[in-house]
Design a protein around this ligand. Structure first.
Ligand code: NI
Length: 167
């Protein structure tokens, strides 16, 4: 299992680099990310969250879409936007509505480097945008108003105070 980095750790705000090598190390990393996401009961996990500053994330929308996105690029977003309550494995215990486009078209590569395009709506579109934000050094709380963000940081600190550095 991989360690999940939390709010306040630099790697979450470090720019990511394109994946160039589609080798066995990449496959092992992606497998470990799926396992870590499952273990943490998450629906998405991005490279920076496990200390890897590379453009990749994994998703499982629990509706049959279990997908690794390497070098993803959102090439189209719907005009329609809406709120949805988001959370993040890097900001545990914190949930807040975020307004985003309801649909996206994303281009990416799979673990073998093969290109694919997905037109997503619903939860899948939501997760893709949340995870893609991680690749651009942005957490979901960074999309809130300044006041709401500050409130969420307080909630996070209160809920995670006693859990820090247990090992
Ligand atoms: Ni997240």
């Amino acid at each position: 299992m991989l360690d999940i980095y939390k709010l306040g750790e630099d790697v979450l705000y470090t720019p990511t680099e394109k994946v160039k090598k589609f080798d066995s190390a990449l496959k092992m990393l992606i497998d470990a990310m799926f396992d870590t996401m499952d273990e943490a009961d998450g629906v998405g996990l991005a490279g920076p969250q496990v200390g890897v500053s590379q453009k990749l994330f994994v998703v499982d929308d629990r509706k049959g879409n279990r997908i690794a996105f390497i070098n993803p690029e959102i090439i189209e977003t719907s005009v329609e936007v809406g709120p949805y309550e988001e959370g993040c494995l890097s900001v545990p215990g914190v949930y807040h509505d975020v307004i985003r486009p309801l649909g996206v078209t994303v281009q990416a590569q799979d673990v073998n480097g093969k290109a694919f395009t997905i037109k997503a709506t619903g939860l899948l579109a939501r997760i893709i945008q949340h995870e893609n934000d991680h690749l651009n050094a942005k957490l979901f709380i960074d999309r809130l108003s300044e006041d709401d963000r500050a409130m969420m940081v307080k909630v996070y600190e209160r809920k995670n105070k006693t859990k820090k550095r247990k090992k």
